[in-house]
Design a protein around this ligand. Structure first.
Ligand code: WQD
Length: 339
């Protein structure tokens, strides 16, 4: 069974990807320092899979520790999720973000080279597009100046990967540009665990609905969109997980020195207010929200053209926004109102 190293594998997207890897016949090996994830996620994985997943509690920046994982396991491929990802926090702690997010990728690439591991799927983000001039965005839409150090680390890491492949390194790499990951495993055994006050929309909605937060503030309804609130492409985390599996399977058939980039979204845009209304319909709960000022750094509208990943990887989002919000709400009900 092919062993796949998942850095940040106890995180939100990493853990759901571990499930899909097992379902596809791979053996995930998790490496996580639990700086932004919880051990309870491993129990959730065991509940779904009926068995334990090997997990190394290590930091991706610790070269010796990461090498130990490569030494002890015959790794066939790597999915690199581990990174700090809070947009706002990155503007306060830029050096932490540059060091952590870039050094961790370099450690992984060095270990892959030393142990002859070719295949890597890198977790990138639609944030590299900034506010696109033309919508929907394709992979050839020009990247823009990042709105945050977090977004800039994603651009820099993409450039590192591209230059590394151009140097004829013996690797096959895909960068996946995620749009907005939402939802939870349909069993409610896994889901998003935002630490502290959620930055992202959907966990804030579910925490408001369950009584943890007093109200949701919609950051602006005076934008040039159909209802004045921002537009995003909300993709179910299970669809996103499946895109990683399809990427690994595709890489295994490619020639050496391979690099490509794919948008991973639904291809549909929804406004913040549409998400709120859909949540109310799906949950049967009336959400307490107010309209507040715009959030600095927000792009007005962005959603994906997914024709490339549809045609090349044979992947297409299967879950709807309703599915995502239903699964997020069921997960929140399981977590309860305790923070
Ligand atoms: C979505 C919309 C907000 C909270 C970021 C990163 C991206 C990825 C996902 C890591 C926006 C509005 C939000 C709230 C609101 N992160 N909103 N009230 O900013 O599109 O993307 O997170 O990979 O890289 O850039 O996601 O969920 O924060 O915001 O009105 O309390 O919801 O203004 O329009 P975003 P988000």
């Amino acid at each position: 069974m092919k062993k796949i190293l998942i850095t940040g594998g106890a995180g939100y997207i990493g853990s759901h990807t571990a499930v899909e890897l097992v379902n596809a016949g791979f053996e995930p090996i998790i490496l996580d320092n639990f700086s932004n994830s919880e051990k309870s996620t491993l129990s959730g994985l065991e509940e779904i899979l009926g068995r334990e997943i090997i997990c190394y509690e290590e930091d991706c920046n610790d070269r010796e520790a990461v090498e130990k994982v490569f030494k002890q396991n015959q790794i066939s491929g790597v999915i690199h999720f581990a990174a700090y990802k809070a947009v706002g926090e990155s503007t306060q702690l830029p050096l932490n973000y540059y060091k952590n997010n870039i050094d961790s990728l370099l450690v992984i690439l060095e270990c892959m080279s030393k142990y002859g591991v070719k295949d890597l799927v890198f977790s990138s983000s639609c944030t590299v597009y900034g506010q696109p001039d033309v919508l929907p965005v394709t992979e050839s839409t020009p990247r823009k100046d990042a709105e945050s150090p977090y977004g800039n680390t994603k651009k820099i890491c993409e450039d590192i990967l591209s230059d590394y492949v151009k140097s004829k390194a013996s690797v096959r790499i895909i960068s996946l540009r995620y749009f907005n990951p939402v939802g939870a495993h349909p069993s409610s055994a896994l889901g998003e665990l935002p630490l502290g006050t959620p930055n992202n929309l959907v966990p804030f909605i579910t925490q408001t609905a369950v009584g943890i937060r007093e109200k949701l503030t919609v950051f602006g309804d005076d934008y040039d969109t159909e209802d004045g609130s921002c537009v995003r492409d909300y993709i179910h985390v299970m669809d996103l997980a499946d895109a990683h599996v399809k990427s690994l399977e595709y890489l295994s058939k490619q020639e050496d020195h391979f690099y490509d980039i794919f948008n991973v979204g639904t291809g549909r845009g929804n406004t913040v207010l549409e998400v709120v209304q859909t949540f109310e319909r799906v949950s049967g709960k009336s959400l307490n929200y107010t309209i507040g000022p715009r959030r600095p750094g927000d792009v007005v509208k962005v959603w994906a053209d997914t024709s490339k990943i549809n045609n090349v990887l044979g992947w297409k989002a299967q879950y709807s926004l309703e599915d995502s919000l239903r699964d997020s709400w069921n997960w929140q009900l399981k977590l309860g109102a305790v923070v």
